[in-house]
Write a protein that binds this ligand. Structure first.
Ligand code: F0G
Length: 346
């Protein structure tokens, strides 16, 4: 498959001056989850965004935003990030020959994401504060300096990200009944909703899904119906966000689709994380939130049986090896002898 700017060109703000930037992002698999489907009495598919070039859905928006930054003559991009955005920005900036500056919350970014931004050559500033504070800073910097902001408040990001909705419909032949998705800064749920609506207007399918946005309990302003959570906290550092920048769009998506917001605890997130791994699919903790939400709502009798559901697994499990290691017993070391190995396995 070609990259997204080529595959979905008619639906994107691509002009003759837009560079053909691509790392072959998108076209990620929609993987059936038979065990979870049985547990939920539904048909669950996992949109495995962890298979994008930098291991998260951020590549979809970033290819568009960086291509437009090049088109507009920028030589530097900047973003605040809980990790995945910074990895994607750094990769596409490197590819396009731009400088990249990223602000990350000091001590609260998964190891793999930090390693990626470093390897791709970004200038990394670890801010002693949370994501919300870092986003505030980069917005001011980009307003005062000739540096392109590539957070999802940049509309080109959502344009690129909406292509995931197109792919789901292209694969299923119609929209699912429910689209379950983790919500942090609230850009992605907004982008999916835009994508589903556009594809329906284009005559690709008759119906629209209900949008179910799932937040971590310690960082759940939308699910709690408040404007902000002052000190967001969760093991799912990707969505450790207290004041989502696209809250208004996300609320509209949920309202217009007849969907819902809900929240899940860190324990529920990690339980879902292991059940997803039990399907042979490895995602990062934030990506397990929508499955945790589905399990919770099923247990509460709020999930009608027989529905077709897509859960978006936003990031690859390899991003966050520490969470994987923390949640299971460490492997036992034994001498390199047959008797010792057999004793430990039989
Ligand atoms: N899942 C993962 C793995 C993420 O990295 C993010 C956001 C989300 C879900 C939530 O998406 O913000 O559009 O609601 N990560 C951003 C970042 C904030 O900086 O990488 P959202």
């Amino acid at each position: 498959m070609p990259g997204l700017l080529e595959r979905y060109r008619p639906y994107l703000p691509v002009t003759d001056r837009t560079p053909p930037l691509s790392l072959h992002e998108g076209s990620t698999p929609l993987i059936p989850a038979p065990k979870l489907s049985e547990a939920l009495s539904c048909e669950l598919h996992l949109k495995y965004e962890g298979l994008n070039p930098t291991g998260s859905f951020k590549d979809r928006g970033m290819v568009m935003a960086v291509a437009k930054a090049v088109e507009d003559g920028a030589d530097t991009v900047i973003c605040a990030s809980t990790g995945n955005t910074s990895a994607a920005a750094a990769a596409y900036a490197a590819r396009a020959g731009l400088k990249c500056i990223v602000l990350i919350p000091d001590g609260n970014i998964a190891l793999g994401k930090l390693a990626q931004a470093m390897a791709y050559g970004a200038r990394i500033v670890a801010v002693q504060g949370n994501f919300d504070e870092a986003l505030h800073l980069v917005r001011e910097i980009s307003a005062a300096h000739p540096i392109a902001l590539v957070n999802s408040v940049n509309p080109h990001r959502l344009q690129g990200q909406k292509t995931a909705a197109f792919e789901i419909v292209d694969d299923l032949g119609e929209a699912p009944d429910i689209l379950a998705i983790p919500v942090g800064n609230a850009g992605n749920i907004s982008a999916y909703w835009m994508g589903f609506r556009e594809y329906r207007s284009a005559g690709k399918m008759p119906g629209l899904p209900r949008m179910w946005g799932i937040q971590a309990a310690g960082a759940a302003p939308l699910a709690r119906g408040v404007d902000r959570v002052e000190h967001p906290e969760t093991i799912a550092t990707a969505i450790r966000i207290g004041a989502p920048a696209s809250a208004h769009l996300a609320r509209a998506a949920v309202q217009e689709s007849g969907g819902l917001f809900d929240l899940v605890t860190d324990d529920e997130i990690m339980a879902a994380y292991h059940r997803i791994a039990g399907e042979g699919v490895f995602c990062e903790p934030a990506s397990a939130a929508p499955v945790a939400g589905l399990l919770k709502l099923h247990a509460a009798g709020q999930l009608k049986p027989g529905q077709r559901i897509v859960a978006v697994l936003t990031g690859n499990g390899l991003k966050d090896p520490q969470s994987a290691l923390r949640s299971v017993a460490a492997p036992v070391a034994v001498p390199a002898r047959m008797d010792a190995v057999l004793e430990s396995i039989l």
